[in-house]
Design a protein around this ligand. Sequence first.
Ligand SMILES: NC(=O)c1ccc[n+]([C@@H]2O[C@H](COP(=O)([O-])OP(=O)(O)OC[C@H]3O[C@@H](n4cnc5c(N)ncnc54)[C@H](O)[C@@H]3O)[C@@H](O)[C@H]2O)c1
Length: 390
Amino acid sequence: MINGERLIERPLRWGMVGGGRTGQVGYKHRTGALRDGTYSLVAGAFDLDAERGRDFGVRLGVEAGRCYATYQDLIAGETARDDAVEVVSVATPNFTHYEITRACLEAGLHVICEKPLFFTVAESEQIKELAEHKNLIVGVTYGFTGHPLVHQMATMVKKGMLGDIRIVDMAYTHGFNSGDDVGAPEAVKWRTNPKTAGSTFVLGDIGTHLYYLSEIVLADLKIEKLLCDRKAFIPSRAPLEDHATVLMHYNNGARGRLWVSSVDAGNMGSQRYRFVGSKASIAWSDSHPDQLVYQVQGEPERIMHHGMPYLEDESLAVDRMGALHTEGLGDSWSNIYLWIAQAIDAKRRGDEAFLKTHHYPDINAGLEGVRFLENCVRSADAGAVWVDFE
Ligand SMILES: NC(=O)c1ccc[n+]([C@@H]2O[C@H](COP(=O)([O-])OP(=O)(O)OC[C@H]3O[C@@H](n4cnc5c(N)ncnc54)[C@H](O)[C@@H]3O)[C@@H](O)[C@H]2O)c1
């Protein structure tokens, strides 16, 4: 169980780019980072509006002189100090991730970046090489994958409790973009423009969460082929999609389907997973994150509850709230930030042995998410045809 005891030597000096007062995801980063004494927020370039960013940063408790107008100023200002930031989170629109990550790594700073990590696999590979060369960590914030029941599912699959995996069924849908984008907030406008979002809208925005979570649960499975059909129900969003379905063939013969949509009118937003094996199935959704449905063929259905002693050690080890209370998104983000802090701490101490077995959403997790998107786009843009997963 995680209880707030500090698990690294001292707090890491942490800065943020983006995640300002009007940003959607910034508070999730701060919720994740500022909980276990592993990070101390000392600097930021929080906002495109420099004045608003400074005011916001000061209200977060950051010294005015360390609330910078741009990420370039942050890097220049901080690297000139003895007590410079050590790690920077990037919580800005997609098109800025690559340049900000690259600049931070070149300045010797670890990076925690939002998904979808970058626009292309080639960019992701360049950054992976740079991070390795600089001996620095790149973490990626796949929000719900720190949840204890995700790790329960992974262990159940690994132990063979489901038998051979046959069917993978995943969906992440909501209805918040069911109408057109006239008068839409900035966060919608940049998501539906290829110049700022990349080659996808919902596939990158929410589909990458499904993909990474399934990679954790199905650690030994790889996609061999996929077929992606995507559509913009709101025509102004084309060539980007507000809806997509992907069919997948895995290397063990399993079949999968993934559905993402932001025009699922009336749906308040949920991600849901069902993994079916030859003996049993498990199902989990972030709408009821405390519960995992375990169905063994021929037996009564079981609801497994987070934090209960019958769960696997791997799940109980990352539980925070205990079974009596809800364990949710904020708890999951805290785990992700903690795991990344442990990786950075191990790098600082030169503890490569620890890093070999330590799991966290790393540069490969980001890179593989981008690879999934590239394959989906290749299939969809050729007319929704089967393509080998490259
Ligand atoms: N992991 C998750 O669960 C999750 C959830 C939501 C968003 N995201 C990702 O987070 C990123 C940001 O999304 P959002 O919804 O918060 O966007 P947003 O438009 O709501 O906020 C972006 C923030 O970044 C600031 N900003 C933009 N460019 C900047 C720059 N060059 N320098 C400094 N600040 C800058 C803006 O002023 C704003 O504060 C995206 O990549 C998105 O995909 C991830």
